[in-house]
Design a protein around this ligand. Structure first.
Ligand SMILES: *[C@@H]1O[C@H](CO)[C@@H](O)[C@H](O)[C@H]1NC(C)=O
Ligand SMILES: *[C@@H]1O[C@H](CO)[C@@H](O)[C@H](O)[C@H]1NC(C)=O
Ligand SMILES: *[C@@H]1O[C@H](CO)[C@@H](O)[C@H](O)[C@H]1NC(C)=O
Ligand SMILES: *[C@@H]1O[C@H](CO)[C@@H](O)[C@H](O)[C@H]1NC(C)=O
Ligand SMILES: *[C@@H]1O[C@H](CO)[C@@H](O)[C@H](O)[C@H]1NC(C)=O
Ligand SMILES: *[C@@H]1O[C@H](CO)[C@@H](O)[C@H](O)[C@H]1NC(C)=O
Ligand SMILES: *[C@@H]1O[C@H](CO)[C@@H](O)[C@H](O)[C@H]1NC(C)=O
Ligand SMILES: *[C@@H]1O[C@H](CO)[C@@H](O)[C@H](O)[C@H]1NC(C)=O
Length: 886
């Protein structure tokens, strides 16, 4: 998503021309047949028709019935209204659809984002996804979701645009990895689904995003790339094989579907040279058919490129509704009304779009009569503003300053602490009333312009507590490390001084070189969304080193002080190899990006008041060591950059386990995935594997129902769809009505109108007859038998140290095949407050899905004949227990 103020006029203009010339329905971007593909380029196979909702989908039965009753009473224009955004800055939220005034239904409000409410006030600023992931705590994830969902509901937000599992983090320097839960699909999938459950239990629709393979910011959008001087004409294509999509990138979304997620956002990029928001293989084939997704797919902001083509490929809602921001034109709106009237898009497809939207609405417990009015405005911080801020229409009171924070600060503080990872500790931590503490580095202090001083947090000034871009919020306050540490020091009678700069090296050395001093040095590395560039980092990070002279600062401090604690705030891994080996650096902490309670969370860890987390990614010795990195220069002339994911499943620890299997290997990780020190020591023993007989996996039989067409037969007469006489048309606003009731071509205002005749749509696209089922499909989450518990694994964990501590047991499986990663995470738990001497039992259920591989030939999950092994331990490289799975 973007904001208008950073799109330069020229970038916007280029965007317009490209769209006018290329983004029409007459040139559908999905592959119609392989003959239409430039030879040799990756190609996305068609999957049609778009699956319609299943009235008996577990968890959705009641929502389906409620939706059906509602949708059957709607007119075509009302249905179209619910599928179409009113245009960028056309209402109070970052996205709003049309209303149904006849039935008293206000506009549904979509608002960013994954760590709290964007463009808001009196809201909480939560920890980023990656910090949440580092807690490895399902309970905290669900609590975070519940708090996020409650804040959204209280503000009158209906769909919260999060959580994120795409990007998953294929590239260590990817700008938005931090919004998600790290590059392991099981960890990410569990965090994604627990967050979804939390958000939706609170009465808000969650939106799992971005679907799919949006693994870098560079070249995700043509206009944005052109603005940076890359003259590409199409967005980047992520070219990924079927097995990798199933076993890696799609996996977390499958979990979210199983958890009942109400909406999914399709992404900006292309996949196999077909835009994600009109990629029938991805939306129809994978998400709706195979995963059994019953909710609705909305486009990322301006990620829709066609009308009829995207409709039949499975897109259900266009956001923010206009073709490009503020064009006043839409691929849906009037065009969707027309497409139904002229027979291009079947009525059942529009009915299914609206059914999905309304079923998600009812599923989370919403009712038309009990909706909270939207009580804030994204476009002004003042009480009064224009409701249609794009065109200065309808001045009224728009902001009510509703305080929705409740006691969420407690959760944020706890999550920030439990998501802080101690990478190194020679015994200096926990701190105990130190005599003299110094804190150095800009990252310990505040932004001189205030915590919200940079729009969408687009700068790296002061302490880093969230990334930049649309996935941000305004801080209600920000506790800096300097504030919290000085408060603790004063309470303890500790002498305390801080220098909140990375450049005053002489003064800093003079201070930290004094006797009896523990020096905490702060450094950071920031990233974010591609529409903002900070210090030449166009969303993605140019490097994995710390920013703003911090390396020099750290080395200068460690040269004169042998009790150095290094604290890193970052949006992903940074290179800490030298610091890991430095004798004077006694401790290294990764504090992620912890949100508003940053300093308090850190104090809770530094002083041992809470147990820390485990790293949700690998700390490689260099950017190159990861094997994959962001494509920084287009590689296909002016055409779509072609990003071939040739590494397949081998990202992050899967890659390191393959190329650097032991700690002596040249590119061995400095700290491995799953690693983190605690306050105590634990012994793992007593591995036990119990096998359950679950029988064979059966593909679903029988057929779906025919696509329902709901409500009374509609008139096909254009005259019944004109603008009502009594409506005052607002400029740029997107309506469902027709501009002309005499000519479809005039109404569409599309020179190519009429050329998207039925024969141009792919075979089967309009077929509403009962369909047979894909082998791996079944219900939300896929075939129910995938979740059969094949093994139950237990292990005994004993606290062998002197203090109470949390332990994070991890279970990995080797699938045993020659091309399989050496091991993959399949289970974990965070067991809290284990007393010294106490033993606890770690229990993990291993499902059929956990031990299966995706078989491309049969399009089914299969358990291969290769011998499978289970490992249990404390990190991906410390696995003392193992057993064969027989
Ligand atoms: C439209 O797409 C074609 C083929 O991809 C390309 O050659 C042409 O330059 C594009 N037009 C514009 C205006 O970008
Ligand atoms: C299309 O692809 C299929 C499968 O790869 C192949 O058998 C067929 O020959 C191709 N058709 C054309 C026209 O290239
Ligand atoms: C992309 O192409 C690969 C290689 O042909 C294929 O395995 C995969 O299923 C395709 N995926 C999509 C979404 O088109
Ligand atoms: C569609 O939504 C707009 C904007 O809220 C509203 O003015 C209009 O009355 C709605 N149209 C119908 C047919 O309900
Ligand atoms: C219909 O869609 C086309 C692009 O396919 C666009 O140029 C046109 O402006 C749209 N019409 C309306 C009324 O929004
Ligand atoms: C890495 O990027 C940051 C941010 O742009 C910059 O401050 C730092 O100097 C760069 N590091 C190197 C080694 O170039
Ligand atoms: C460690 O710090 C001491 C001062 O306490 C200094 O003399 C020594 O050179 C430092 N060691 C390194 C490797 O920088
Ligand atoms: C039907 O309407 C759509 C939307 O305006 C248009 O793209 C398409 O070309 C039209 N098809 C026919 C056959 O008129």
């Amino acid at each position: 998503m973007k904001t208008p103020f950073v799109l330069t006029a020229s970038a916007a203009l280029i965007l317009d021309l490209v769209a006018a010339a290329n983004d029409t329905d007459s040139q559908p971007r999905f592959a119609l047949s392989n003959t239409s593909q430039p030879s040799g380029e990756a190609y996305s196979p068609p999957f049609y028709p778009s699956p319609w909702m299943d009235p008996n989908a577990p968890g959705w039965e009641q929502a389906y019935a409620q939706a059906k009753q509602f949708v059957a009473g709607l007119t075509l224009l009302e249905k179209v209204n619910l599928t179409t955004g009113v245009g960028w800055m056309g209402e109070k939220c970052v996205g709003n659809v049309g209303t149904v005034p006849r039935l008293g239904m206000r506009s549904l409000c979509m608002q960013d984002g994954p760590l709290g409410l964007r463009f808001n006030d009196y809201n909480s600023a939560f920890d980023v996804g990656l910090t949440a992931a580092a807690s490895w705590s399902r309970a905290l994830w669900q609590a975070r979701g519940a708090a996020l969902g409650a804040e959204a509901k209280g503000k009158g937000v209906d769909v919260l645009l999060g959580p994120v599992a795409g990007p998953i983090g294929r590239n260590a320097n990817g700008g938005r990895n931090v919004e998600g839960f790290g590059p392991d699909p099981v960890l990410a999938g569990q965090a994604l689904s627990e967050t979804v459950i939390g958000i939706q239990n609170a009465g808000t629709i969650a939106c799992a995003k971005h679907f799919l393979l949006n693994e870098q910011e560079h070249f995700r959008q043509v206009g944005e790339a052109n603005g940076y001087g890359y003259p590409i004409s199409e967005a980047l294509s992520s070219n990924v094989d079927d097995k990798t999509i199933h076993e890696m990138y799609g996996w977390p979304f499958q979990d979210a579907v199983k958890a009942g997620v109400g909406s999914v956002m399709c992404s900006y990029n292309q996949v196999n040279n077909s835009y994600a928001c009109q990629n029938s293989k991805l939306i129809n084939g994978l998400l709706k058919e195979e995963y059994g997704f019953q909710g609705f797919v909305m486009s990322d902001w301006q990620a829709q490129h066609t009308g009829a083509a995207s409709a039949v490929a499975g897109l259900d809602m266009t956001m923010p509704g206009d073709t490009l921001f503020n064009t006043g034109a839409s691929y849906f709106g009037s065009n969707l009304t027309l497409a139904v009237l002229n027979g291009t898009v079947p009525e059942w497809r529009v009915d299914d779009m609206v059914m999905r939207i309304m079923a998600a609405f009812f599923k989370v417990g919403k009712t038309i009569d009990s909706l909270v009015e939207t009580n804030f405005d994204s476009w002004t911080t003042q009480d009064y503003g224009f409701v249609q801020a794009a065109v200065n229409e309808n001045w009224e009171k728009v902001n009510y300053q509703v305080d929705v924070r409740a006691d969420h600060a407690n959760h944020i503080r706890e999550a920030g602490a439990k998501g802080t990872v101690i990478l190194k500790n020679t015994g200096i931590l926990p701190l105990k009333k130190p005599k003299f503490l110094t804190v150095v580095g800009e990252d310990a202090g505040g932004n001189p312009a205030g915590p919200n001083g940079c729009g969408d947090r687009g700068c790296d000034d002061g302490t880093l507590a969230m990334e930049w871009g649309s996935g941000t919020t305004n801080f209600p306050y920000l506790i800096t490390p300097d504030q919290a540490l000085s408060a603790q020091a004063i309470q303890d009678g500790t002498r305390y001084e801080s220098i909140l700069s990375n450049y005053d090296i002489t003064e800093t050395q003079a201070l930290v070189g004094q006797p009896d001093n523990i020096a905490i040095v702060f450094a950071n590395s920031d990233s974010g969304e591609g529409y903002i560039s900070v210090d030449g980092n166009e969303g993605d990070r140019n490097n994995l080193t710390v920013w703003k002279n911090a390396d020099t600062l750290i080395k200068s401090v460690a040269a004169v002080n042998n009790k150095v604690v290094l604290v890193i705030h970052s949006t992903g891994p940074v290179i800490v190899k030298d610091y890991a080996a430095h004798p004077n650096i006694s401790a290294i902490l990764w504090a992620g990006a912890p949100g508003q309670e940053s300093g308090n969370s850190l104090v809770d860890i530094l002083y041992g008041k809470q147990s820390p987390g485990r790293s949700p990614f690998t700390w490689g010795p260099s950017l190159e060591s990861y094997g994959t990195e962001v494509m920084m220069k287009p590689n296909n002339g002016n055409g779509a950059p072609q990003d071939d994911f040739t590494e397949g499943l081998f990202i992050d620890y899967r890659h390191f386990d393959k190329v650097a299997p032991n700690s002596k290997s040249p590119n061995a990780p400095t700290y491995e995935f799953g690693f983190g020190l605690g306050w105590s020591t634990f012994k793992f023993s007593g591995l036990n594997v119990q096998k359950n007989n679950v029988g064979t996996l059966n593909a679903p039989t029988g057929k779906t129902i025919a696509a329902p067409v709901l409500g009374a037969p509609i008139s096909k007469n254009l005259k019944d769809y004109g603008f009502p006489k009594n409506i005052r048309r607002i400029k740029e606003f997107i309506y469902p009505y027709l501009n002309s009731v005499t000519s479809g071509k005039e109404a569409s205002n599309d020179a190519n109108y009429g050329q998207t005749a039925k024969e141009f749509l792919p075979a089967g696209a309009t077929d509403g007859s009962p369909q047979s089922r894909s082998p791996a499909s079944g219900e939300p989450g896929g075939n129910r038998q995938l979740y059969d518990i094949v093994y139950t694994v237990t292990a005994i964990i004993t606290n062998t140290g002197k203090v109470m501590d949390d332990v994070v047991p991890q279970l990995y499986i080797s699938h045993g095949g020659p091309n399989d990663p050496p091991k993959v995470l399949r289970g974990f738990d965070r067991i809290e407050r284990v007393a010294p001497g106490q033993s606890v039992i770690f229990k993990a259920d291993i499902t059929r899905r956990d031990i299966s591989n995706w078989d491309t030939a049969t399009q089914q999950w299969v358990v291969t004949k290769f011998p499978k092994t289970v490992y249990v331990g404390s990190s991906s490289r410390n696995l003392p227990l193992k057993a064969r799975l027989r």
